[in-house]
Design a protein around this ligand. Structure first.
Ligand SMILES: [Zn+2]
Length: 225
């Protein structure tokens, strides 16, 4: 069945969700108040159905399960949007010269997702890159201290430039790399708190369609537009 809506794709699968029975641990820092008040009820949701042993991204056999936590944001486009629109917010704030504010988190969704060997390798590679970059920045900081103490003036300017703004940019890249290493599911905006639309490989879709345990009970499918 095809559920074509803005930001969804006909090859998505729908996964059943429910509200978390207990507050999520370590989620308090994500519910930060911003200058934009939340326009919808804040929700903590979890995947409420078994998932097949197939990687949703690559369609390969799963080698393990991974805890995936995703945030959705109350944006101008959608109240539970899958991207924070951080860059647009920043530009709007700079152009208007007043505090437009960042889009607040409106929904947190957790689930244990099947991951394949390729996902595991990719995540490991991103973590290795992030740690290497952190080590490089730490080494640069130590070099700045040594060169300052030893009064080697010719070496100081490039090292200081690498520290600032170099390390600031580096930190942004490190956060991005750690995010990439953790993100193994591509969600769409949440239109109905009982369902998530997820980008899925054809073999994952086939596994969902072949087994009744993975499908919503009759009469509880997401509304068609
Ligand atoms: Zn995979």
């Amino acid at each position: 069945m095809v559920y074509q809506r803005p930001w969804t794709h006909e090859t998505d699968v729908t996964i059943r969700l429910r509200r978390c029975r207990n507050p999520l641990p370590n989620s308090r820092s994500l519910w930060l108040k911003t200058y934009r008040p939340l326009r919808v009820e804040p929700l903590e949701l979890e995947v409420a159905q078994p998932l097949p042993d197939v990687c949703a991204r690559h369609g390969r056999p799963a080698v393990s399960r991974s805890h995936v936590q995703a945030c959705f944001y109350d944006t101008d486009l959608h109240p539970r949007f899958h991207h924070s629109a951080f860059a647009q917010d920043l530009v709007k704030t700079l152009i208007s010269m007043r505090r437009v504010g960042l889009n607040p988190v409106s929904t947190i969704l957790v689930g244990e997702w099947p991951v394949c060997d390729r996902c595991v390798r990719t995540a490991r590679r991103y973590r290795w890159l992030a740690r290497s970059l952190l080590l490089l920045m730490a080494a640069n900081l130590v070099a700045v201290v040594i060169v300052s103490v030893a009064n080697i003036d010719s070496l100081l300017p490039p090292l200081v430039l690498a520290l600032f703004p170099g390390s600031l940019l580096g930190l942004v890249v490190v956060v991005h790399l750690f995010n990439k290493s953790a993100q193994r599911v591509t969600y769409r905006p949440i239109y109905d708190e009982r369902f998530a639309f997820v980008q899925a490989h054809a073999r994952f879709r086939a596994a969902i369609e072949q087994d009744a345990r993975y499908r919503p009970p009759l009469g509880q499918e997401p509304d068609t537009p």
